[in-house]
Write a protein that binds this ligand. Structure first.
Ligand SMILES: [Zn+2]
Length: 303
């Protein structure tokens, strides 16, 4: 991400946290908020050189929140009492860790940290790309290989839940209904056959979804779906569940703010941008049309 933009986002998130979230945390401390919040983190890969940063982030997670299992029927399951530095959480904040795309680098570099700190995670797998480097995320300097079936089966089932990220990682709103159902149903069946466990969670490729995709997910047997909008949720509040994109390279302030849910203003900013863009297009479109009309009128009168 470009650095000035990143700094602006951090700055807005600080203001947002001070204005809107710190009072909520204070209420949580005072025991006045009954329903705990949950922030779901979305990672992709964790490279060899990022192990230490990833461990620092996971240790911070244990300090400020409770790790949450997403496959426990939506209940906030506290695992922190088993973890070093665990114990009573500082607030009513739960944090869940997810990885999209099932990169080998997660098994090689993140798994050991998660196991040592006893932090559960969900890996969303794009089934047809297993064992390959897919086209949608090829990068010049990082390892983008996706796990094979054997590597998937070797993951500790008590810590890592396997979930679906479709078969071919398409732009789902653009595919026809039969393909949509196949992407969702077939990926669930394939992953269940590989792991011997029910697959109940689905993350939308590119975070793209609409009400049609939500209906299809229910019909295909999923309990929850996941997007890439950084909206913290109450886990029992239904689907889709928002997630905030994080990277091991996120700075200490940036990661802390994401962990606390302070990036939840971003969907509103995107909405505002879309509305402004649409209105600007409509306005300029009208002006352009008026100019064209003027030209035509002039041309007609010239003729
Ligand atoms: Zn993906």
């Amino acid at each position: 991400m470009n650095e000035p933009l990143r700094s602006i986002k951090v700055l807005i998130s600080v203001v947002y946290w001070v204005l809107f979230l710190s009072w909520r945390d204070a209420l949580g401390w005072a025991g006045l908020l009954r329903r705990p919040r949950c922030v779901v983190l979305l990672y992709h890969g964790v490279q060899r050189g990022e192990r230490e940063q990833f461990e620092w982030q996971m240790r911070l997670l244990l300090k400020v929140a409770r790790p949450v299992r997403l496959d426990s029927g939506g209940r906030l399951e506290n695992t922190s009492k088993h973890a070093p530095g665990g114990g009573r959480p500082l607030s009513g904040l739960g944090v869940a860790v997810t990885f999209d795309d099932g990169f080998v680098s997660v098994a090689e570099n993140a798994l050991e940290v998660l196991a040592r700190l006893n932090i559960p995670a969900v890996i969303f797998m794009p089934v047809a790309s297993m064992g390959k480097t897919p086209g949608w995320c090829a990068g010049p300097d990082s390892d983008k290989r996706i796990m094979t079936e054997e590597q998937l089966k070797a993951l500790p089932a008590d810590l890592i839940s396997i979930a679906s990220h479709s078969i071919t990682h398409p732009h789902l709103p653009e595919v026809d209904s039969d393909t949509l159902i196949w992407e969702m149903t077939h990926s669930r069946e394939r992953l269940e056959a590989m792991t011997g466990k029910p697959v109940r969670l689905f993350s939308y490729p590119f975070g793209e979804w609409s009400s049609r995709e939500e209906r299809a997910a229910r019909e295909a047997g999923y309990e929850k779906t996941f997007t890439i909008e950084p909206v913290p949720s109450l886990l029992d509040a239904g689907s889709p569940v928002g997630r905030v994109c994080v990277e091991p390279g996120d700075g200490p302030i940036e990661f802390r703010l994401k962990l606390l849910g302070a990036y939840r203003w971003m969907p509103w900013a995107s909405l505002l941008k879309r509305v402004l863009k649409k209105n600007a297009a409509a306005l300029f479109g009208r002006q352009e049309q008026a100019l064209l009309d003027g030209k035509v009128t002039r041309t007609a009168s010239d003729g």
